[in-house]
Design a protein around this ligand. Structure first.
Ligand code: FES
Length: 247
């Protein structure tokens, strides 16, 4: 590659006062990571295509349109961009996102199997939200689905990040999980019917391992606390295929 081609293939931008050069097409999230700047995310997962659904990763583009706020996981870095990842406007935006999520979220953290291992809980504490300020209609209560032999699903804890369905497609090459229905009735269901027994789910655990809240929890999780365990890369114990999974 010639020097000119190399110059065209990279962009240089400023993030929180630091100059960063990255390949063209790099997202702001990855550019910030290169500068050791961490941006909060909920729906983002490194190996998956960005979903852009949670809006937690908002950053400010100086002089940008629509108030300058963009999602760092989907916006590409451009030459000369000046980005801020921490200021009052961004903090208020992230607090509002968390407030909305908590307004439709079961707040029983002490009883939740993911207590202490929940990104929503971590960010709520970090952004000073112990409860929602928004009160109105919520998801119907007590709709837990415990029919899967390996995991339980609680729609009242689901933030609709779709990590579970996306990871099922990517790692397993399957399309077992769908996000069905609309509005407050939206929930995760097995494709081809509402019964896990009739689905092609092999209980590999990939979906549970990437859930950022306690919406999906392994049935085994009831017998220990998260901080008493260590995640290891291992072979899924539920079938003979030999898939590797973080459990
Ligand atoms: Fe960017 Fe969810 S992490 S929108």
């Amino acid at each position: 590659m010639t020097a000119t081609e190399t110059a065209i293939a990279t962009v240089t931008l400023t993030i929180d006062g630091q100059s960063v050069t990255v390949p063209k097409g790099t997202t702001l999230l990855k550019a910030a990571a290169k500068a050791n700047i961490e941006i909060p995310t909920l729906c983002y997962l490194k190996e998956l295509a960005p979903d852009g659904s949670c809006r937690m990763c908002m950053v400010e583009v100086e002089g940008g349109r629509k108030g300058g706020l963009v999602t760092a996981c989907t916006e590409h870095a451009k030459d000369g961009m000046v980005i801020h990842t921490q200021n009052e406007k961004i903090r208020n935006s992230r607090r509002f996102v968390l407030d909305l999520l908590l307004s439709n979220h079961k707040l029983d953290c002490f009883k939740c199997p993911s207590n202490g291992d929940c990104k929503l809980q971590d960010y709520s504490l970090e952004y000073g939200l112990l409860e929602t300020s928004l009160h109105g209609r919520r998801q119907p209560a007590n709709q837990q689905d415990v029919t899967n032999p390996f995991f339980d699903y609680d729609p009242e804890k689901c933030i609709m990040c779709r990590r579970c369905s996306r990871v099922c497609q990517l790692r397993q090459g399957r399309d077992i999980i769908s996000i069905s229905h609309r509005g407050f009735d939206t929930k995760m269901l097995p494709c081809y019917g509402e019964d896990w027994d009739e689905s092609m789910c092999e209980s590999c655990g990939n979906c549970v391992s990437v859930c950022p809240t306690g919406a999906l929890s392994s049935k085994d999780q009831r017998h220990f606390r998260t901080w008493e365990t260590t995640k290891v890369r291992t072979t899924c114990p539920h079938c003979g295929t030999g898939c590797q999974v973080d459990l």
